[in-house]
Design a protein around this ligand. Structure first.
Ligand code: NIG
Length: 414
């Protein structure tokens, strides 16, 4: 903490915390680095001090947590928030027995192209605000409902004004009526070139009905040549090459993972084996439920040694929720994770999937940011206070509105 200078930023003490999840095992017990009777000091948007409440320094402002739980804000590393239109009827049909197919994406593409930029930005603002109220402090979102050069650039620009990471997903589906080969040429050429200034990564939906292995490989290679990181939507609707491709390519993450064999799990775990950067296995529990697909084998992935993230996949087709609390509860109640494991995957896991677990990452406005996903000195002060004594209540009381307060970069947002 800085001392004595008249120009020092005001400090905030969050005191009397019943249970603090730091995600730093050197600060406390277990993988959550859990401390009881704790306090945190925030200064200039970062965590300045963490320790026992009894030893907390004085600060300019004090918030009494009244024995409740504090944890890092959720890091939601997979969403599709720039869209127009509505797919309620498709959801209703699915609940009546229709299968999910990637073709529904084109319904949203049509509605998104027809929407004004103001309407897209307003819808995004509504969704970001919902996410904040649920405790999310970091949001990635993808393009992918424009699928023309102009509509993809517009989506990336709109997203970059409001979220923390923008991913180019021109390779979402081949737009209705277009030749697959010429669309692939467009996505890996002029469209990538136009969107690249607004995006930090490129994603491809590697799936039957979307992009096959050869096409997906071309998308990933073009991203690498443009100097962008990559992600893959893989193994969502059936077993396919997505996971192996992502690992082989060194993608930051591969997301969905409902259909994995032992080789896929071993490849994801093995990608971290030499101590270097591997591919994060991102599971999307709300999407699995909403599409009535098998739940991704999160337990087996963790047991094998993979690095796991949990994300909302908020989008109008397969997962119309940004509730990370719901995703965490599902991961515990139905995927067999402990609460500590699920909370870590939805915070630090997401940060690793986005490359934001280390200082110096740049937001879409170009500003350098401190690391997120942990509550430790130097980290960005992204915290949530629960209306509950422990994170266990996230799964013990599923569906309850437990978010009592949210700070993002030290600023109270909820
Ligand atoms: O992640 N799988 C591809 N993309 C989205 C679905 C988008 C949609 O159906 O609109 C997903 O589930």
């Amino acid at each position: 903490m800085s001392e004595g200078s008249a120009s020092a930023a005001p400090t905030l003490l969050i005191d009397n915390i019943g249970e603090l999840t730091t995600n730093d095992p050197s600060l406390g017990e277990g993988i959550g680095g859990r401390l009881r009777a704790a306090a945190v000091v925030v200064e200039a948007g970062r965590i300045a001090w963490v320790g026992p409440a009894a030893a907390a320094p004085a600060a300019d402002e004090r918030v009494d947590a009244a024995g409740r739980a504090v944890l890092p804000g959720w890091v939601d590393s997979h969403s599709h928030l720039v869209f127009g239109g509505d797919r309620t009827a498709e959801f209703e049909a699915r609940m009546a027995g229709e299968a999910y197919a990637a073709g529904g994406i084109n319904v949203t593409v049509e509605a998104t192209r027809a929407a004004s930029e103001t309407a897209l930005a307003a819808n995004l603002a509504r969704l970001v605000s919902e996410a904040r109220r649920g405790g999310t402090t970091v949001l990635e979102t993808k393009t992918g409902y424009g699928l023309t050069v102009d509509d993809e650039v517009r989506a990336a620009r709109v997203a970059g004004g409001q979220v923390d990471a923008v991913t180019f997903l021109g390779a979402h589906v081949v737009p209705a009526g277009q030749d697959p080969q010429s669309y692939l040429d467009l996505v890996t050429g002029p469209m990538l070139e136009a969107v690249a200034p607004y995006a930090s990564a490129v994603d491809v939906f590697c799936e039957t009905g979307a992009f096959d292995e050869a096409a997906s490989r071309r998308v990933l290679d073009s991203a690498r040549a443009a100097g962008l990181a990559t992600r893959v939507h893989g193994n969502q609707l059936g077993h396919g090459p997505g996971v192996q491709l992502a690992v082989e390519h060194g993608s930051l993450s591969v997301d969905h993972l409902g259909f994995l064999n032992d080789d896929d799990i071993a490849a994801l775990a093995g990608s971290w084996a030499d101590g270097g950067r591997g591919t994060v296995a991102t599971v999307l529990p709300a999407c699995d439920l909403s599409t009535r697909m098998p739940l991704a084998p999160a337990r087996a992935l963790l047991d094998a040694g993979a690095v796991l993230a949990i994300a909302s996949n908020c989008n109008p087709g397969t997962s119309y929720t940004s509730s990370m609390g719901f995703c965490v509860a599902t991961a515990v109640l139905q995927m067999g994770l402990t609460v500590q494991e699920a909370v870590r995957a939805a915070t630090l896991g997401g940060a690793v999937a986005l490359g934001m677990h280390e200082d110096g990452w740049r937001d879409p406005r170009g500003a350098a940011q401190a690391r997120v996903g942990t509550i430790a000195p130097g980290a960005r002060a992204d915290l949530q206070l629960l209306d509950a004594p422990s994170v266990t209540h996230l799964a013990y009381r599923p569906g309850m509105p437990l978010t009592a307060a949210v700070w993002r970069a030290g600023v109270r947002e909820v």
